[in-house]
Design a protein around this ligand. Structure first.
Ligand code: PZK
Length: 296
């Protein structure tokens, strides 16, 4: 990476980096992958380009619902890094926002912490739900279940009253309506193409005029649960569209006593890497209707 870029580094996510250029920012998605909360020691080829390409696809498709922060995915539009070919295809030039302190999660199906909360309380984030729903079951209607970013580990689900304290009642109602609209549109589109978007997380910010803008990545397999629709069978956990080959491998590794689930496991076998890369490319192709361009 260029000397220049490292000086502008602003934040690191598990698999992404954020750089600051005045009123604009560069959001770079790596080929790193995490599973069972651990970042793998081996990169997944094309993963960063698939996630960036999917975010761009959804940003282009949902601009009529809410404005978003994407300016360009063309490095040429960003002279400061235009010659850094390592970044090509997996970088988004975005507008700097003042991010809101609420993670906007929408759930259409009962999985993860939503399933846990439902089992414990019959409700998620204050939404009372009918009794007897199975694990991975479709909810009667999608629900908005806000969360706050934990300093460490997983986000924490909060009820609507707590979220209203963080952003105000009026803003929260706007976030809920827009998040549900985005999910309904994307989930219906994806289902027609063989992918269930079980849940997803949006992050919003405010522009200089106080206008609401969709930020972060959007409707990718890293910010959502993607399930293959043709294997959907409520009553247990579902295979992940993107992570299943890796999860299956890691489970076997643990059973064999070769991984304790903490620190990174040994380097991934080429077959697992290839199968995982293929899943990301397949999700991209199904959703966009065209394969990811090579070397774009
Ligand atoms: C912003 N993050 C999360 C993402 C990381 C961290 N448009 C924006 N303006 C200002 N801040 C952010 C954004 C966006 N998106 C996003 N934190 C701040 C994040 C990726 C990598 F290290």
């Amino acid at each position: 990476m260029s000397e220049r870029l490292s000086e502008l580094h602003e934040a690191s996510g598990k698999v992404r980096e954020l750089y600051s250029f005045g009123e604009r920012m560069l959001l770079v998605t790596s080929d790193r992958m995490s599973a069972f909360d651990v970042v793998m020691p081996t990169d997944i080829p094309d993963k960063g380009r698939v996630l960036t390409g999917l975010s761009k696809f959804w940003f282009d498709r949902t601009g009529d619902i809410v404005r978003n922060h994407l300016i360009s995915v063309e490095l040429a539009d960003f002279p400061e890094v235009a010659r850094d070919h390592e970044l090509a295809g997996r970088s988004m030039l975005v507008e700097r926002l003042t991010m809101l302190p609420v993670e906007c999660v929408v759930r259409g199906y009962l999985a993860g912490s939503g399933w846990k909360d439902y089992q414990a309380a019959g409700a998620i984030c204050g939404h009372d739900l009918p009794p007897g729903l199975p694990e991975s079951g479709q909810l009667p209607y999608p629900i908005f279940t806000p969360a706050t970013k934990a300093t460490e580990g997983h986000d924490i689900n909060i009820d609507l009253e707590t979220a209203a304290v963080l952003v105000g009642q009026e803003r929260l109602e706007q976030l809920e309506r827009i998040s549900l609209d985005l999910y309904l549109e994307a989930a219906a589109y994806a289902l027609e193409r063989g992918i269930i978007i079980a849940d997803t997380k949006f992050e919003f910010g405010l522009d200089a005029d106080g206008g609401l803008v969709l930020g972060d990545e959007a409707l990718t397999p890293d910010s959502s649960r993607f399930w293959p629709a043709d294997r959907y069978k409520p009553g247990s956990s579902q295979p992940s569209f993107d992570k299943q080959p890796l999860r299956d491998y890691l489970v076997e590794l643990r059973k064999a006593g070769q991984w304790n689930g903490d620190a990174p496991p040994p380097a991934l076998p080429a077959a697992v890497v290839a199968a995982t890369s293929a899943r990301y490319l397949e999700a991209f192709r199904l959703l966009t209707g065209a394969p990811l361009e090579v070397g774009q």
